[in-house]
Design a protein around this ligand. Structure first.
Ligand code: GLY
Ligand code: MN
Length: 463
């Protein structure tokens, strides 16, 4: 845990930003996989962790700004809990470690909220993302699940986003711990990707690196030779000569901060000529994006810079035509790069996506596009000191998308559909690194270098 002053100061800042009312924080419960006692790995809600630190199931908390009080609600262990899951300090002992000196049984949460409501206090709650929380909020507030997201408190969301978007030095240190483990996960994959090895073997070895020190995964691993499937979580292929192996994997630190890296490598000793050409276009797009990173510069500029480089490279290969910058601005690039170039990262790998991408990644008044490609850009706003995010351009050939766009005659001034036939089975590749915005630029995070250039990739394969 961070020093208790960190949590006290975070809550004080939040109270000041919102000004009045009662703030409700619902901690996460255990989540059953297939019956009650067979649960997924417990993961506390990230805003609960950020303000209250307590990393155990079945808690809630309130901050009563009007009466300058705060409380954590939860049940002390019964003898059955102790027999089955072991003992731990009392809730009041644990809460004191985070500067909370008022703990109450969970059953009193409803009465506390009811009393605040009857006194006319404004009740602030966050949009729920778990079914149990929807039921709980309905019981606490009488709001039906279908209305909860639209009735969630926008000032509460915005205040949290504004705070959590700016990472402090102690948070960045924690993110770099996660990243160093993540880089070692990737170095393992570079060494293992060989013909005859199964995707599941690499995934297992990579996950072992994440978990062996007591940390765990920040998100489900992608380890695939079908990299054009963006969130490909099945491990079903045996690697063969000529494939490109793509790993997107990251560790979560003990305090639950994420790392998120991607790597692409040849399964054989070297990339083919075609693969090398696409890999180098992708590297140029990566550099173009990184060159834009600075405080005050919209992240959309990084996205467009990468997209233009991809269009430029695809034009050189004869797959596109026209002005690459125009092809990027108009959205034609999305045939080869159908996702966004990156996202905020912190306690969540897509930080605060549960609170709304519109609030996290876009400025007030800037609406997220609904156009294919641009609609997947999670972060577009001008960057500020302390923002931590990923940069992850990729080039993907998705046969179904090529066929659809071709049939619809999409962007025919920019795409040479007649030349794409031999490229349909190319699959896809990306690299991903994580950055923090500094006072006058951006810093690559992590203490261990992940291979990026073709030379570095070949070297990492042979270590
Ligand atoms: N690492 C998975 C993602 O960024 O979506
Ligand atoms: Mn990512």
């Amino acid at each position: 845990m961070f020093p208790k002053e960190t949590y006290i100061q975070r809550r004080a800042q939040l109270k000041k930003a919102i000004g009045s009312g009662l703030l409700i924080f619902l901690g996460n419960g255990e989540s059953p996989m297939n019956y009650t006692d067979n649960t997924y790995r417990f993961r506390q809600d990230s805003s609960f962790l950020y303000y209250f630190g307590l990393d155990c199931a079945g808690l809630a908390a309130i901050i009563d700004i009007d009466n300058d009080s705060e409380a954590v609600f939860g049940n002390e262990l019964t003898i059955d809990d102790i027999v089955w899951t072991g003992t731990m300090p009392t809730l009041s002992e644990m809460a004191a470690g985070y500067g909370i000196y008022n703990t109450l049984p969970l059953s009193q949460l409803g009465a506390c909220i009811h009393s605040a409501k009857s006194k006319g206090q404004e009740i602030h709650f966050l949009p729920p993302y778990r079914g149990e929380h929807k039921v709980w909020l309905q019981e606490l507030l009488g709001i039906s699940p279908s209305e909860q997201s639209s009735k969630a408190s926008v000032p509460f969301i915005k205040a949290i986003v504004n705070q959590r978007n700016h990472k402090t030095a102690e948070e960045i240190e924690e993110i770099e711990k996660a990243l160093d483990i993540s880089t070692n996960m990737h170095l393992t994959a570079y060494r293992m990707a060989r013909p005859g090895v199964h995707e599941a073997e690499i995934a297992a070895a990579v996950e072992q690196v994440a978990c062996r020190g007591g940390e765990c995964l920040a998100f489900p691993t992608i380890a695939t030779v079908q990299g054009q499937v963006l969130h490909n979580h099945g491990f079903i292929h045996t690697l063969k000569e000529g494939d490109i192996f793509l790993l997107d994997a990251g560790a979560e630190s003990k305090l639950h901060y994420s790392g998120d890296l991607s790597s692409s490598m040849p399964v054989g000793e070297k990339f083919s000529e075609r693969q090398e050409a696409i890999y180098n276009i992708h590297l140029a797009s990566f550099r173009a994006a990184v060159d834009t990173l600075a405080p005050g510069v919209p992240f959309k500029k990084a996205h467009l810079a990468a997209a233009a480089k991809i269009c430029e490279g695809m034009k050189e290969l004869g797959l596109m035509k026209g002005d690459p910058v125009e092809a990027a601005n108009i959205g034609a690039y999305a045939l080869f790069f159908p996702c966004g170039i990156g996202h905020m990262m912190g306690l969540d790998v897509h930080d605060m996506e549960n609170l709304g991408e519109q609030y996290v990644g876009y400025s007030d008044g800037e609406q997220k596009s609904k156009q294919f490609g641009f609609k997947s850009l999670r972060l577009a706003r001008p960057l500020e000191e302390g923002f931590v995010f990923t940069v992850e351009p990729g080039i993907y050939l998705v046969p179904e998308l090529i066929d659809k766009w071709n049939a619809e005659k999409q962007f025919t001034d920019f795409i040479n559909y007649d030349k794409l036939g031999p490229w349909r089975d190319f699959t896809g590749l990306r690299n991903e690194l994580n950055y923090v915005i500094t006072k006058d630029g951006a810093r690559l995070l992590g203490n261990i270098k992940k291979p990026m250039t073709i030379e570095e990739v070949y070297k990492a394969k042979n270590i």
